[in-house]
Ligand binder design. Structure first.
Ligand code: SAM
Length: 195
């Protein structure tokens, strides 16, 4: 059984992402006009958050899976030409270095096999001062043996400290006032700034 798929595509997940995570990221100061939403999913959640709450005027929404790309295109149609959806891998983003003001990555890194390479790629595409707005689950949830029975994620996921260390190493500053750790380090939200 893959409970991950049921949850990821659910209306409940979408509402939490939009109302709780989007609002938190906005409160933490996430903002930027030219934006990538990496791992947009079937509902195009991060792209909608970026346009409605984070000041984005031009969003390229990306997903590895073609079916998600097509579903997201339909889901985001009301946002018109502010959003373009295309297939791409988080570890090889189809934009130039330093071209983006904002990267939105909602529950994507914990699905990417080489998540550290994706973090380096996020740093590459952001201009100095540009922001990464993230929401993540950590290995404290994902590597739980009961959770693994009903969900599917790559092995070897990150702890809170490992994610923060990787962000710092890739060229991001993550001030404590812009990072939230919830449910005992299981659910992370934050805004990292490209140095
Ligand atoms: C848990 S879903 C999150 C979807 C949405 N961002 C949200 O928060 O509801 C993770 C998404 O990342 C995508 N994904 C996984 N690996 C990826 C990769 N290497 N590059 C781009 N997208 C990827 C999956 O297809 C999926 O749509």
């Amino acid at each position: 059984m893959d409970g991950t798929r049921l949850w990821v595509d659910s209306r409940a997940r979408y509402e939490i992402g939009l109302r709780e995570e989007g609002a938190t990221l906005a409160r933490l100061g996430a903002h930027g006009q030219r934006c990538l939403d990496v791992g947009t999913g079937r509902r195009g959640l991060g792209a909608r958050v970026a346009v409605t709450a984070l000041g984005a005027t031009e969003v390229l929404a990306l997903d590895l899976h073609q079916a998600s790309v097509e579903a997201a295109r339909r889901a985001l149609a009301d946002l018109g030409d502010r959003v373009v959806v295309q297939r791409a891998d988080a570890t090889a983003l189809p934009v130039g270095a330093g071209t983006q003001d904002l990267v939105v990555s909602l529950h994507t890194l914990h699905h990417v096999v080489d998540w550290r390479a994706a973090v380096v790629e996020y740093a590459r595409v952001l201009r100095p001062g540009g922001q990464l707005a993230y929401a993540e689950l950590t290995s404290r949830v994902l590597d739980d043996r009961w959770f693994r029975l009903v969900s599917r994620h790559p092995a070897d996921r990150f702890t809170e400290d490992e994610l923060l260390e990787c962000l710092e190493g890739a060229g991001f500053d993550v001030p404590a006032r812009r990072h939230r750790s919830r449910v005992g380090g299981r659910w992370l939200l934050g805004v990292a700034t490209r140095r």
